[in-house]
Ligand binder design. Structure first.
Ligand SMILES: [Zn+2]
Length: 219
């Protein structure tokens, strides 16, 4: 039996968590120390900690490593070799936790705004699609109709991937697309507004929309 197994056999995660100030309710739930939790969203199993919000799962060692920002060896040392174990140095560890929590909250805020942007972009394109759809007798087709025709479908697909497929890392990797959407919206929302006030300017705006720079996202 190696030292990791020895600890897993000897100690219960519940005892350790309580020792470190985590209050465990009767139904084995507790406030998650890894995110800003107000209603218990973590569950203590006989051999594991699981948070349904963070979607993390730790055994006793993983839990202590994460809680105090320790390596596996240092976490093991913190349990000592006999029946006793001591609390790892809290000051530095608490600081690490604070930074981790800040980072997570920062990400969550960004992710929320990013999704809002994707959603806005999707609706904006749907709007353009309807608004500039040529009628059967039109010989002239507004460039915005072409853009919206392609972009709407791309944005729809992207939005579904965002919700169903992307990991957090992938979301960050695709940040450039969200940024382009944001820029595009910032630029064109104003344009649309002023246009509905002065419809005589429509044609000038149309030719602006033809410049390659204003083609939205290069998928
Ligand atoms: Zn959590």
């Amino acid at each position: 039996m190696n030292c990791f197994e020895e600890i897993r056999n000897r100690l219960e995660i519940r005892t350790v968590a309580e020792r470190y100030g985590i209050e465990i309710k009767r139904n084995n739930t507790c406030l998650c120390p890894f995110h800003d939790d107000h209603h218990p969203s973590a569950h203590i199993y006989p051999n594991a900690f699981h948070c349904f919000t963070c979607n993390v799962h730790y055994d006793i060692l993983g839990f202590v490593m994460e809680l105090f920002g320790l390596s596996a060896i240092d976490a093991t040392k913190s349990f000592g070799h006999k029946k006793e174990y001591h609390k790892p140095k809290y000051s530095a560890a608490a600081e690490i936790q604070k930074i981790k929590r800040k980072k997570r909250e920062h990400f969550e805020k960004w992710e929320h705004e990013a999704y809002q942007t994707i959603h806005d972009y999707l609706w904006f394109m749907r709007d353009w699609f309807e608004k500039y759809k040529p009628s059967p007798n039109d010989t002239y087709i507004d460039e915005r109709f072409h853009i919206a025709n392609v972009e709407y479908h791309h944005a729809e697909e992207f939005s579904l991937d965002w919700i169903q497929q992307f990991s957090n890392e992938e979301k960050v990797e695709w940040k450039w697309v969200v940024d382009k959407m944001r820029n595009f919206l910032d630029e064109h929302k104003e344009e649309e507004k002023s246009q509905s006030a002065e419809s005589s300017e429509t044609y000038i705006k149309v030719s602006r929309a033809k410049s390659p720079d204003s083609i939205p996202v290069n998928w």
